[in-house]
Ligand binder design. Sequence first.
Ligand code: F6P
Length: 328
Amino acid sequence: MPKTIKKIAVLTSGGDSPGMNAAIRSVVRACAYHNIECVGVYRGYEGLIEGDFKQMDARSVKGIINKGGTILKSARSNGFRTEEGRKKAFQNLVDAEINALVVVGGDGSFTGALIFNQEFGFPVMGIPGTIDNDIFGTSHTLGFDTALNTVVEAIDKIRDTASSHNRLFFIEVMGRDVGHIALNAGIAGGAEEILIPEEDLGLERLVESLNRSRTSGKSSSIVIVAEGDKIGKNIFELKDYVDENMEGYDVRVSVLGHMQRGGAPSCFDRVLASRMGVKAVESLLNGQTNYMVGLINGKMELTPLDNAIKGKTKINLELLRVSDIMST
Ligand code: F6P
């Protein structure tokens, strides 16, 4: 029989993403709805170790559904990687009479949650929050949709100036290990070429493709480069390569950087966060632990945290083909 849960803690961890506030709001309100207490933990696992807790009620999360970032702040905690740190965190939770923990974050944060559960048997539940969309067990992570819209808006603006000056732009987008942002935003922004870590195009293919674009009458080009792509890893070297080896190109580089992580969450991310928070709380109340909530075929489903961490998200091959056809 699961232990009765009377108080749940929620924290946000790792790189922030738009929709984290909406998820906090949802967890807090779902707790209030089910007449249990909710505690917010500041600065992710750092706050867990330091006992930086704040009692939250339905009204304490008013006016945040539309805000980017996270009101609870976030951190990448080194302390929680140590047994000593995790022991302190456990003791703080016990002292505060907290019975379960909801972690909003990415795979690193989930790894910490899983180790914590294995060591202390403490119930944990994950909500996938990262703009990278690199977590197995959900078609969309929180913030991915908003980040895509931000990137597409930036590409549209850069295209205006690229076409006015007949220039080639390399635009770097986030995605340390995966190319989901690059591929989707690249198609939506009409990019001529998209470089992603999952598919090693090689320089030759890029050169070929740029030349093809030019001979087909294009006077300006946009190439989207995921930060983790092999040949795009140093985007300025890519520019140097084109400058040195290809004639007649006026090349510019634009690194979009952390602006991709900010801003008001899209409607999609707000709804997703609201659904995920409710599912996380109700699953814990049903005695489920060590799961991540996720969107699978339009439904809220649970995936064991272990699978969510180890499973790899695959790049959509159809999108790759569409992108090739669109750059004709
Ligand atoms: O994991 C999300 C992410 O935004 C990655 O795409 C990016 O590589 C990384 O975080 C940047 O991390 P930091 O904020 O520590 O620079």
